[in-house]
Design a protein around this ligand. Sequence first.
Ligand SMILES: Nc1ncnc2c1ncn2[C@@H]1O[C@H](COP(=O)(O)OP(=O)(O)OP(=O)(O)O)[C@@H](O)[C@H]1O
Length: 281
Amino acid sequence: MSSDMPTVTDEDDRGASAVEPTAGDAPPLRVEHLRKTFGGITAVDDTSFEIEQGKITGLIGPNGAGKSTTFNLITGFLSPDSGSVELYGQDITGMAPYNIADRGMVRTFQIARELSEMTVLENMMLAPKHQQGEALWRSVAPGARAQVQKDEQAVLERAWEMLDFFDIDHLAEEYAGNLSGGQRKLLEMARALMTDPDILLLDEPFAGVNPSLEEKLLEHIRELREQGYTFLLVEHDIDLIMENCSRVLVLHQGKLLAEGPPEEIKNDERVIEAYLGGEVE
Ligand SMILES: Nc1ncnc2c1ncn2[C@@H]1O[C@H](COP(=O)(O)OP(=O)(O)OP(=O)(O)O)[C@@H](O)[C@H]1O
């Protein structure tokens, strides 16, 4: 996506159906009237919002406000009861996560999902979407084998570049199960970037991360944002959200309670009362 970041293959073959960022009016992500119930609980209740291109948007709210469910609905891990999700103006509602990733939006999880019995590098190699290997090895088409080798080499190069970017290349041969909590978060981010997405949804990327690693992770996120990546960030640390986000969305009981720039949100009486119990200064 960005000229500074390598792509998985020389030709970015996201496919004919891929959604590429355009200079048009459509925002990277638009959610309209999204609703999801679990039995008697309405986790997300008629929620609508947009996020801005090349910015970090914060999504906050107290425990149980519906943040994770919203993430799951946006990224295809759950299907909404009603409402829609659009990526650069194209409807992706109900699509499978891998299809959405193919279209340029990926997420990280609160609890990193690395495979502990595999090395860091092996975890990285599992991430890409361009996994044509099996099918192509069996193919009799002339040149198929050479193409697979070329693709695998490109994926390997991308993996090393991402590990280097997040300063965990020295851990490449380490079993992921031996990493610290913070290192797992770095691996999770590095894996998410393997597919060269346009939009990254980060679900509490700093949870369990020590302060120095948190600062490092933040620097990486800021650098990526400067390169043009778009972020939606769920985070409980309000100061961190206020300092790093251009806009903040506040969820409360499944509904969008407020949205705006951090200074406005900090002083919003409804937010102070309903969410922060008067702790926002
Ligand atoms: N799979 C599920 N089955 C039943 N109820 C669920 C499920 N997932 C979420 N909920 C309920 O939906 C509501 C919203 O939960 P959600 O996890 O989205 O909130 P959250 O804002 O992410 O909370 P937290 O900050 O604690 O992670 C809560 O009442 C929760 O108990």
